[in-house]
Design a protein. Sequence first.
Lengths: 250, 214
Amino acid sequence: MGAEIEISNLSVYYGAVRALTDVSLNIPEHGITAFIGPSGCGKSTLLKTINRMNDLVEGFRAEGGVTVGGRDVYGGIDVTQLRKRVGMVFQKPNPFPMSIFDNVAYGPRTHGVRARAKLEAAVEKSLRDAAIWDEVKDRLRRSALSLSGGQQQRLCIARALAVGPQALLLDEPTSALDPISTSKIEDLVTQLKAEYTIVIVTHNMQQAARISDRTAFFLLGELIEHGATEELFSMPSQKKTEDYITGRFG
Amino acid sequence: MVREGYRQRLEELHTELIRMGALCEEAISRAVDGLFSGAPGLREHVSQLERDIDLKEREIESMCVRLLIREQPVAGDLRRITAAQRMIGDMERIGDQALDIAELSVRVSGAAAARDGHIADMAKAASKMLTDSVDSFVGGDIDAARAVIAYDDIVDGLFSEIRDELTDQISANSAGAARCLDLLMIIKYLERIGDHASNIAEWVIYSITGARDG
């Protein structure tokens, strides 16, 4: 089931550069929250901070709080456990160079699942949840690299789902895909929100408007405005938001 | 500034709305002139203006649809385009009613109508509402738009007064009933023009605030 993500007074630094300034944001469960803003505004930094993908970046430092389901992300939680709870899908589909089955079974195996029947059930459920089962069920042993870009991205979502996460972080998941594959991912994400907390970073504002329940707009490392998507795209409260979403800058 | 072409097309939409508003103002002004002067040719002139208004409505409608399809506007831009689509409907109706008045003016004696100071007041008030609503749009002026909506009470009040006067006239002299009924129709059209101007003002407010408080 989903988990609420709470970000409170978060500032993030890369060495002397401050990438995020005092961001506080509540990301509710069972919903899709979109992060929008021009390149370099800090939205991807924030996404990666939620499951500690920035830890190995030189000079990275976070001040303030991030909790997932009430647990402090930077307070002694095991990173592997954290990423089991918070899955991530990237801009470019990145299947492992192995079979479709093994891609999805990889996570459960890492977490100690060995029984064949259990693995098969987990793989099938994940592929079904990712709306790709019917397309791959007869070729589970073939290389994942033989799939199309859109299928690879759904496979990556299946792989993320296989470890039973509470939240899914999607970093521009459709920017490398054609419109049909994009709409399949959008439909999928919309279905998944019933069970997961979903955060999507997107440069495509129509996509944010189409699929998200809430939208947060970032500019120069600051959270300028966040709220219900329909409201933000019809009556933004901040002039900077209005100027950005109507294309007056960016 | 980015999306320069988009900005330019939004400006063009604004300009065309102002042009359509100006055509409506001229149509009312000519129709009312005809009512009082009985000058020949005014009906044809208003008829031509009404056709121009219809064409302008279609032109602006296409501009709005093109902007919606190509640019997927949001926020204030989306509200302005939505408001424009509604405003042109009201303007088109104003054009129709101006023509209706012009057609009746041919039947109603100009001199007789001119003696009726109240009808002249009402015609001026309805024209003022339209002019002010278009001005409030041009200037993005919420206060001016609200004033237009408030002014509708004056036009409605005049309508009631004149209707009562016409009823009395018919009671006193049934021979003049046909002319009185024509005048009744005319004041009803003027009252409707006031309503449409009020609607335009409501859409001006919506395009600025996102709420319809008229």
